[in-house]
Design a protein. Structure first.
Length: 67
């Protein structure tokens, strides 16, 4: 993988991590203010999807090497 491609993947992963943290903060605030449980559940699902996407990108950056 070229250095530029790897840098782009790292940047994308960093942006997604920030978005993941934003979702976490939003969910915490929603729980504190007693928002609709269905809305909170949807936010948690989106947060989990982001986590999965981050994992996929990190796997592309550092693939498993079978020794």
């Amino acid at each position: 993988m070229a250095d530029q491609e790897q840098a782009e993947l790292r940047l994308r992963a960093a942006k997604l991590r920030q978005e993941h943290e934003d979702f976490d903060a939003a969910i915490t605030a929603m729980l504190a203010y007693g928002c609709d449980a269905l809305r909170i559940q949807r936010m948690k699902k989106k947060k989990l999807a982001l986590k999965d996407l981050i994992s996929e990108i990190e796997d592309q950056i550092l693939p498993d090497i079978i020794a």
